[in-house]
Design a binder for this molecule. Structure first.
Ligand code: NAD
Ligand code: UDP
Length: 333
């Protein structure tokens, strides 16, 4: 697989990252290029931003293709690996066009699997903790089959990802593609879209604007937050591990926080925040979520290193820079 770089002696691979202009995808593109690989980034810019990969556009080993994976794609040249991160991840964003969200995970994943099969490429599917729905088992191990409402507003995302997992394991059993599946839990960090509606980006941006933080429901529901740099190491480890685990692997930070606790932390770190306001809880919002990462530790030797407060520091600094850059022209006017 790949070609040997005579200068470094390392194997240089050609890697496709679908969703590579998104929050997680752009960090993955950075990491792959830093390891000396060539990257083909495929993205429709639905929820990602060209600015996330703008610094890479002059890199000789980086190629950007604007494309919706629901349409068949062909790529010139060989591919060694395909990462499928293409899919809106924020609930308001993936619910805005639920049919497209479902098709992205089903038809889009099928198109990428076909591409991987034609190239003999290894394939990694970015699935989600949402396959556990509103879990009745806590923390969630991979063999828990979940509690998803298949007719609710989150189903387009949850069921789409479950179908994508099924496709991956079918092609693996058929011996047609070397597929791997990770189930990602809530991830945060620089380059989240400020207005994508997720909790970390909402709270930080509300605080920076001097607004009250919007807490949905009682705020006693929990989530576990993983810094994007930890997650990317897990993605790379899952793609590289031998032999193929032939089973999904949770990637997330087991530190569990209530929404109220996160609001307190953000208010402590951004003093401009103006208290909190309570809003209705969205339908089917999971009450508790925390990954059991025993499998990731055992198979990949992976566990997250960055505690929430430390990880929020670079995230806040990044949003603060963006917020101040946005304010500057207004102040000048
Ligand atoms: P994101 O919305 O920032 O990135 C998704 C990217 O995919 C965007 O650049 C978007 O433009 C692109 N995209 C969406 N639909 C597409 C399509 N049909 N064709 C081509 N490109 C398309 O989200 P993210 O947080 O970076 O998430 C990346 C992946 O990880 C997603 O698949 C998501 O389901 C999964 N995931 C993320 C989290 C998280 O907390 N960030 C948690 C669980 C799973
Ligand atoms: N949430 C909130 N205020 C916000 C955004 C989200 O209280 O401004 C809550 C949301 O209801 C959920 C949790 O925070 O309970 C995490 O939401 P997010 O959209 O980040 O991701 P989810 O894990 O639900 O996909």
């Amino acid at each position: 697989m790949g070609s040997v770089d005579t200068r470094t002696g390392r194997t240089k691979k050609r890697v496709l990252v679908a969703g590579g202009a998104g929050f997680v995808g752009s960090h993955l593109c950075d990491a792959l290029l830093a390891e000396g690989h060539a990257v083909v980034c495929v993205d429709s810019f639905l929820t990602g931003a060209r600015s996330n990969v703008a610094p890479l556009e002059n890199h000789p080993d980086f190629k950007l293709i604007q494309h919706d994976i629901c349409d068949v794609l062909s790529i010139d040249g060989p591919l060694d690996e395909v990462y499928n991160l293409a899919c809106a991840a924020s609930p308001p964003r993936y619910q805005a066009d639920p049919v497209h969200t479902m098709m992205t995970s089903v038809v889009g994943t099928r198109n990428l699997l076909d591409l991987a099969e034609r190239n003999g490429a290894r394939f990694l599917m970015a699935s989600t903790s949402e396959v556990y729905g509103d879990p009745e088992v806590h923390p969630q191990p991979e063999d828990y089959r979940g509690n998803v409402n298949c007719t609710g507003p989150r189903a387009c995302y949850d069921e789409g990802k479950r179908a994508a997992e099924a496709l991956c394991f079918d092609l693996l059993r058929l011996g047609r593609v070397d597929t791997r599946v990770v189930r990602i839990f809530n991830t945060y960090g620089p380059r989240m879209q400020a207005d994508d509606g997720r909790i970390v980006s909402n709270f930080i941006n509300q605080a920076l604007r001097g607004e009250a933080l919007t807490i949905y429901g009682t705020g006693e529901q929990t989530r576990s937050f993983c810094h994007v740099s930890d997650l990317v190491k897990g993605l790379l480890a899952m793609m590289a591990v031998e032999p193929n685990p032939k089973a999904p692997v949770n990637l997330g930070n087991p530190g569990e926080f209530t929404v109220n606790e996160l609001a307190d932390l953000v208010r402590e770190m951004i003093p401009e925040a103006a208290g909190v306001v309570y809003r209705p809880l969205p339908q089917d919002d999971p009450q508790r979520r925390r990954p059991d990462i025993a499998r990731a530790k055992q198979l990949l030797g992976w566990e997250p290193r960055i505690p929430l407060k430390q990880g929020l520091e670079d995230t806040i600094a990044w949003f603060r820079l963006a917020y101040e850059a946005e304010k500057r022209p207004i102040a000048a006017a």
